[in-house]
Ligand binder design. Sequence first.
Ligand SMILES: [Cu+2]
Length: 176
Amino acid sequence: MAAMGAILIAFMLAALPAAFAIQHIVGGSDQLWVQGVDYDKWAQGEKFTVGDTLLFTYSSLHSVYQVTETNYGSCNTDSPIKRNSGGSTTVTLPTPGTYYFICATGGHCASGMKVAVTVPGASGTSPPSSGGSPPNTPPSSTTSSPPPPSGSTGYFRTVNCLVVMFSLFVAKVMWF
Ligand SMILES: [Cu+2]
């Protein structure tokens, strides 16, 4: 039983990095969505990938409007892409691109309560990075799994997530 559990744990650890989309708490875990936070600085310290989510937590003084780049620049709250209010808003980042959010309360956006989040594109839309994989993989690396087909990352993430949750469940049943 213990050995099987160890195998399960090892499997979970191997699957974890690709398993879960990351939830980014806007402003950091103790800042939330308020006035007086440098959200540009916060966003620069985060690494956003497709499928990640943003969590805005805020008081009733505030709101979260998703807007266009132009309206982001001018703090224009007319005809936003989406209005969010109620104190807790989760936004999924479904595709590469830049997402713009502002608080619609008068004066808040102008005083800096705004954030732009950029999800880098996959291959082709972003400049080639020096850390990219070489074009020709040496034949000796037979133990490494082939990369997933392009376009199926979300599918693999979901499957991995389910596998990890099932493994956690089995491990808990076995040990407790
Ligand atoms: Cu506000």
